[in-house]
Ligand binder design. Structure first.
Ligand code: PEP
Ligand code: MN
Length: 364
């Protein structure tokens, strides 16, 4: 249930309503939007009479029931306003959100050694990315496959951050590593395979650190939003959703099927920012560019792209990784497309040097 307060309601009155409702064994969360202030109620509100709630204050404009099973993640909970996740990085704050420039996250599947991670970080930064990704702890289908270098790889990510000022996104697989990962990561990634690891979700929820929640391999949109709800319910509002392809019957030509429709669907359901990972979605580097452009056209707030200095020798996910050169080229295209869709900022990066001016203008 949400309580919409009238414009100009004194903050003391908003607090009074929230306190009053909390006494009735509901959790009340005040959310100050750009236009309206709303109080979200979570708990067993089914029996609660909306007229009774309305009577608490003459400053209450409306009382609305949120019928969906996800409450805090729902768009209604924010009274229709999309949220932003602001991440501080050494290069300055970066905002993920619908009305903000596209955020680019790039880097190798796994952090392999110092040279490759620093080189990749420098190139992706120069091309315009704001975040470096790279796995230290890798969820692999086979126990015999490379599992990631663990703690030493976290150290290398810290060095890459120091060298470039890029924000760091890396996956947390086990709660035992939470403190170590949180020390280096600006955004903690929860991978597809752990999307429903509820105890892990509660733990990252308790940190307050931004969390990138990847969609499970066979998760419905509702499953996914319920997982986001776990993090939000634990008190962490900084959740970014990442669509990375789902399992379908065809695994011959693509690794997964990118659910592009998840973008407009999520927009109607949730206020949370949306990232697309075309690399894991397609599993093939040759399709990454097309799906990146499609994601921007469909309204993604951010892209995560796997990049490797030598994909043929990569210890994981080589076939879907772009070379450094291919990434630079892709960024040129993305700058043009994003500008076209009004999703690029002047100071986003250095990419905007439009090598592709002729193509862009003919496209526009
Ligand atoms: C990854 O980002 O490297 C990864 C393992 O992703 P996912 O959890 O989406 O498979
Ligand atoms: Mn990978």
């Amino acid at each position: 249930m949400i309580i919409v307060m009238k414009l100009g309601t004194p903050s003391t009155e908003i607090e009074r309503v929230a306190t009053e409702i909390s006494h009735r064994e509901f959790t009340a969360e005040i959310c100050k939007g750009q236009h309206k202030t709303v109080i979200g109620l979570v708990g067993e509100t089914a029996e609660l009479d909306t007229r009774q709630v309305q009577n608490i204050s003459p400053f209450i404009e409306q009382v609305i029931r949120v019928k969906k099973p996800f409450k805090r993640a729902s768009l209604e909970f924010r009274y229709g306003e999309h949220s932003e996740v602001v991440v501080s990085t050494p290069n300055g704050p970066v905002t993920f959100g619908q009305n903000h420039p596209l955020v680019i996250v790039a880097g190798p599947c796994s952090v392999e050694n110092e040279e490759m991670i620093i080189e990749t970080a420098q190139v992706v930064k120069a091309s315009g990315a704001q975040f470096l990704r790279g796995g230290a702890y890798k969820p692999r289908t086979s126990p015999y496959a490379f599992q990631g270098h663990g703690e030493s790889a976290l150290g290398l990510l810290a060095r890459a951050k120091e060298a470039t000022g890029l924000g760091i996104i890396t996956e947390l697989m086990d709660a035992a590593e939470l403190d170590k990962v949180a020390e280096v990561a600006d955004v903690i990634q929860i991978g597809a395979r752990n999307m429903q690891n509820f105890s892990l979700l509660k733990k990252v929820g308790a940190t307050g650190k931004p969390v990138l929640l990847k969609r499970g391999l066979a998760a419905t949109i509702e499953d996914w939003l319920m997982s986001a709800e776990y993090i939000l319910a634990a008190g962490n509002p900084n959740v970014i959703l990442c669509e990375r392809g789902i399992r379908t019957f065809d695994r011959q030509y693509t690794r997964n099927t990118l659910d592009i429709s998840a973008i407009p669907v999520l927009r109607t359901l949730t206020h949370l920012p949306i990232m697309i990972d075309p690399s894991h979605a397609t599993g093939k580097s040759e399709f990454v560019s097309t799906m990146s452009m499609a994601s921007i056209a469909a309204g993604a707030d951010s892209l995560m792209i796997e990049v490797h200095p030598n994909p043929a020798k990569a210890l994981s996910d080589g076939p879907q990784s772009l070379t450094l050169e291919a990434f630079e080229e892709l960024m040129q295209k993305l700058a043009s497309i994003s500008k076209f869709f009004g999703h690029w900022s002047k100071n986003n990066n250095t990419v905007a040097t439009p090598k592709l001016t002729t193509r862009v203008s003919s496209f526009v």
